[in-house]
Design a protein around this ligand. Sequence first.
Ligand SMILES: NC(=O)c1ccc[n+]([C@@H]2O[C@H](COP(=O)([O-])OP(=O)(O)OC[C@H]3O[C@@H](n4cnc5c(N)ncnc54)[C@H](OP(=O)(O)O)[C@@H]3O)[C@@H](O)[C@H]2O)c1
Length: 371
Amino acid sequence: MGLGITSGKYTLAGTVAVGMLAAVRFDKPAGGACPSGRTREAIVAKKPVRWGILGPGKISRTFAAGLQAADGAQLAAVGSRSAPRAAAFAAEHGFNRSWGTYEDLAADPAVDAVYIGTPHVFHEEHTLLCLRAGKHVLVEKPFAINAEQAGRMIRAARENDRLLMEAMWTRFLPTVVAVRAMVAAGDIGEVRMLTADFGFRAPVDPHSRLFAPALGGGSLLDLGIYPLTLASMLFGEPVQVSSLANLGATRVDEEAAVIMQHRGGELAVIHSSLRFDTPRHAFLLGTGGWIEIMFPWWAGTRLRVKVGDRDAEILERPHRGGGYTHEAEAFMELIRSGARDSEIMPLDESLTIMKTMDLIRDQWGLTYPGE
Ligand SMILES: NC(=O)c1ccc[n+]([C@@H]2O[C@H](COP(=O)([O-])OP(=O)(O)OC[C@H]3O[C@@H](n4cnc5c(N)ncnc54)[C@H](OP(=O)(O)O)[C@@H]3O)[C@@H](O)[C@H]2O)c1
């Protein structure tokens, strides 16, 4: 076994360094070890984590399916503003404990951790409710509407000694785990630029979560956060941010373009849109090659890697449970180990990303009600 890339496949952990392909190490695509190196068997042997779902909407449905594929997870209860909606969600997912208020769910002694799947504007309120009731909290992206809210959420997690994490599921996908390992190993040299986008043609409805200011509408917070968080993962906090957006009839950003420069001069060029489809891939451009996280990059299973003068190679990195299982398993492993923060999606980084989005919105004059 010599080259990292041979016959279209990156070899797994233990690869011998050859040229720029120094020691490529990452988890096996399925059934492998978790980031801590503990085996799945070791985790399964532990008590299941009992999950409560708060806000049984679109993404909660998808996440619940991801949980059902996760080792050591138990879907225990759901809370909705409507008792019949909660009961229907529970029945759909094969359990029967449902609550007609979020407060009842938060107080449920049969729940260890709550997944918050409500629109962004409610993330702070619902996170505080659950943390104060003693639950660990996995809160959907974006973490909050602004950095002020994010700061209060982080303080509450610390005061209540509970685990809190932004559900930035992309970071836990096997593709992104592999990308991190390749970058750390210097496989494509020094990464100097990221170009990434996320846009799709959403039905224009001024009352919908995507377009209504009262629900935190706009492309940046919903979609642009994905490339932004990828830039943050690669380069850290930006030192300079330039951006432009077109605000639509409801005065939220329907399309946005952002260029950022980072401490080492690295550039990130990203765009997001609610009005048209974008190619939806991410390119990491390095001095020794490039990596494409292929469509749909934030949820994908394939990478295209070009090192030096070699032909580009396609790497398959399948995910489980629609991609949502990986973040759930990582979160449960943190709970079991007593951790109060994630090294993969740290709270301080969620806060910094919120600050960057505050700055970008400031450049456009976009504020949300109550700000
Ligand atoms: N990770 C991902 O892939 C992903 C994908 C899509 C969305 N998201 C994130 O997940 C969050 C929810 O998105 P979604 O598309 O699932 O939202 P959604 O279906 O529109 O709403 C989710 C649920 O929130 C509850 N809710 C509470 N107050 C509400 C209010 N005033 N108006 C509307 N709903 C309210 C509702 O449940 P009850 O009324 O039954 O309590 C609703 O079903 C957003 O922050 C979004 O950014 C993440």
